[in-house]
Write a protein that binds this ligand. Structure first.
Ligand code: 5AD
Ligand code: SF4
Length: 357
């Protein structure tokens, strides 16, 4: 027997966890009444206010390569997508992007890319060291997929302190339906455990509404994250890409994405949780909606504008206007109107004061 929706929200707020899958599934019940869901968002918003005040942390997202050796069934960058023109930015171009972002105020660079077959540990390290040397007051977040343990150690030595690697799903049967046979959930989990052990602020997460996902699997994801204790959590709706095997699957739900953001905020009061680009793409005013559900980070696109269209994870990906560093003023205004201020502070997880309760 689970409690009422409201009771669960109150208990999750007080205790930061629920008792098992059924209770989490109850919070995700599509039949839940609007007022109850609004209560969930309110509780999450309040917790974010206590921890972060009215601040929303800005990070510059630089998409350094769209080449990828992998063939994830959901992703437009998969190697079998021959309709994409491929690029990788050289270090000088990456530094130039960082310079623009730094001039605009950013003090965190998120360097994201596919698993480029040409990338070696040495090349990534020398790029990271170059960025770190030129912008010593900025934090470097990498999001470059799966690597051997020694590579993660080397990137950390070179100056990267944060790493994003979504686990995508904690259920191995589900994982094998989203990925080709040569990829394994075990390896993904090994990578995440290593990143934590090395001392990275580690980010993980899932797509909401990915093909074959059930509420039971989402509950497993939440239980996994409760064990891992990630410092960052990326949650966005699945959005189909026309040149993938999942072209005909429906997109994930914005409502469920927002509910998950709120649940995760209540589970992890001081985690960095972005209002993701996928949410902005589907949700219209997606970034602000995400913030009002308890997210505290935005990641405007700072890639060179001529490559942005080629970083096509899914169809219609927002990368211009208020979703980009050129549209920072619009984003600032929108956040302002909602009662929030954009900040360029690094917002290191470990430096934040845990003043919740
Ligand atoms: N829809 C939404 N998100 C996607 N990603 C990849 N493909 C899609 C898609 N079709 C997300 C994955 C990956 C991150 C870089 O982008 O979760 O971890
Ligand atoms: Fe490559 Fe990442 Fe896309 Fe998978 S999700 S195909 S690893 S870019």
């Amino acid at each position: 027997m689970t409690g009422s929706y409201r009771d669960l929200v109150i208990r999750l707020t007080a205790e930061r966890h629920l008792r098992g899958s059924a209770e989490y599934r109850h919070l995700l019940d599509p039949e839940a009444i609007r007022e109850d869901v609004e209560l969930l968002h309110e509780a999450a918003r309040r917790v974010a206010r206590v921890v972060f005040g009215s601040k929303v942390y800005a990070r510059a997202l630089i998409e350094i390569t769209n080449r990828c050796r992998n063939n994830c069934l959901y992703c437009g960058l998969r190697r079998d997508n021959r309709s994409l023109s491929r690029y990788s930015l050289d270090t000088a171009t990456i530094v130039e992007c960082c310079r623009r972002a730094h001039d605009a105020g950013f003090r965190t660079f998120v360097l994201q890319g596919g698993e480029d077959p040409a990338a070696t540990v040495e090349r990534v390290c020398s790029m990271v060291a170059e960025v770190h040397g030129r912008f010593p007051d900025a934090a470097i977040t990498l999001s470059l997929g799966e690597w051997p343990d020694a590579a993660y150690e080397a990137f950390f030595e070179a100056g990267a302190t944060r790493y994003l690697l979504r686990h995508e799903t904690r259920n191995s049967r589900h994982y094998s339906r989203l990925h080709p046979p040569e990829m394994s959930l075990d390896n993904r989990l090994r990578c995440l455990a290593t990143l934590k052990r090395i001392g990275y602020q580690t980010g993980t997460g899932i797509m909401v509404g990915s093909p074959f996902q059930t509420a039971g699997e989402i509950a497993e994801d939440l239980e996994y994250m409760a064990d891992l204790e990630p410092e960052m959590i990326g949650i966005g709706p699945f959005i189909p890409h026309g040149a993938t095997p999942f072209a005909c699957f429906p997109p994930g739900s914005v409502d469920m994405t927002l509910r998950l953001i709120s649940i995760l905020r209540l589970m992890f009061p001081n985690a960095n949780i972005p209002a993701t680009t996928a949410l902005a793409t589907l949700g219209g005013e997606g970034r602000v909606k995400g913030i009002l559900a308890g997210a505290n980070v935005v990641m405007p696109n700072a890639s060179p504008s001529e490559v942005r269209a080629s970083y096509s994870l899914y169809d219609g990906k927002a990368c211009r206007g208020r979703e980009s560093i050129e549209g920072l003023d619009t984003l600032k205004r929108e956040l302002d109107a909602a009662g929030y201020q954009l900040t360029f502070e690094k917002g290191d997880f470990k430096c934040m004061i845990l003043n919740h309760r």
